[in-house]
Design a protein around this ligand. Sequence first.
Ligand code: ATP
Ligand code: LTN
Length: 329
Amino acid sequence: MPKRVLSGIQPSGQLTLGNYIGAIQNFVKLQETHECFFMVVDLHAVTVPQEPAALREQTEAVAALFIAAGIDPAKASVFAQSHVPAHAELGWLMTTLTYMGELERMTQFKDKAAGKESVGAGLFVYPALMAADILVYNADLVPVGDDQKQHLELTRDLAQRFNTRFGDYFTIPEPYIPKIGARIMSLDDAAKKMSKSNPNPASFIALLDPPDMIRKKISRATTDSGREVAFDPAGKPEISNLMSIYAHCAGVTLEEIAGRYEGQGYGAFKKDLAEHVVAALEPLQARYREIRSSGEIGDILKRGAERVSAIANQTLADVKERMGFLAPR
Ligand code: ATP
Ligand code: LTN
């Protein structure tokens, strides 16, 4: 039996190069060897306010970008989280197994709540829903970027806790995190991760940014003082971040990049980097436009949800029985 893979991306804005390098590139690889489930996590997106029309549009856009990036809906199930109601119901059950202290320690919550006068309770219990997303399919492997490691740890603890209290049932999932590029940083501040919900669009490269915008954003990206193109995340975080992006987009190693630009300074490096990013994204952008205009996304999501629902519903029924819910007649 091939191992089962599950991951999700929020339709909370335009997908960035961080999402692509940290997550989607691995989705595309894993579909060749694993049973894969990739979803658009719309129920997670509404943990911060979303405009209804924008949420609908972004949900389709994220699904179309999955396909444009190379996910084949014949190999992997692509669906919207809200189309499979078992996620929300298991999410509630997981919330009841989660301690307040565990949620209070989550750095994503602390970051997103920082400086806000009020935050929704959904943002706080978000990791319990994410645990349900993974456990409802008994997934073995979860490809994510570095920022999701802590949520994965909590998922593993919840699975273990359920198994101890109600008998062995859940698979304990493993994170699958890229070695380079697990945390692509903001172009304007290498202390923050590149994020699609950053209000400053110069901080990220969106997968659908036109070539000239990509060139402009890269030429203006902050760089460290000095002029040596060398990979040193602690000492030269900005140039190291750009090198990680280069490595992924051009398919070369960090050593090759350092060698290529020895003695040349940042200018030549940034210019080539922009062209590699443009070249990596151009075919994806062309496929994206084709898929959106074909109107296929609705059907792909429908088929995906149909395929996975039987598994999710079975898990939910098993979990409810183990927890002592009276079965309906
Ligand atoms: P938001 O800003 O709305 O929180 P996000 O850009 O952080 O969104 P998510 O939908 O939360 O994106 O993440 C989708 C996937 O992309 C996750 O696996 C996450 O770890 C990965 N990811 C997000 N940002 C980066 C990044 N800067 N570098 C590497 N991986 C990333
Ligand atoms: N929390 C994740 C999105 C997410 C997810 C998941 C990732 C929701 N459910 C299940 C992997 C598996 C994030 O990207 N911020």
